[in-house]
Design a protein. Sequence first.
Length: 113
Amino acid sequence: MPEPHPLTETEAARLLAHMRDDTALITRLTRERDEACAERDKLAAAIERAASVRVDTRDVIWHPADAGRWQHPLYGALDLDQIEADYGRTSPALLVPIDDDIQADPVHHPERP
């Protein structure tokens, strides 16, 4: 097996520069991964707090009520057939709270303008 030859100063400097670049790349990728994980965790927490709602053709949000009905602070509690007959077709949606200080409470915090 041939003997390794000592590195010249130029080769050592070049090798050191590559190692610094690799370290910087690893640091950047790790930071990006950590930021992506933090964003994913925030999204998962928001989805866990999400409320199932119905949205009618006027973009009015209806929250679940007792006995399979849907409620809105201005219109009261109605069944889905009645809502669709009066206000048009509805679509299911998830209402995800975006403010940490507001809880997903359809009675005290109806949809925000």
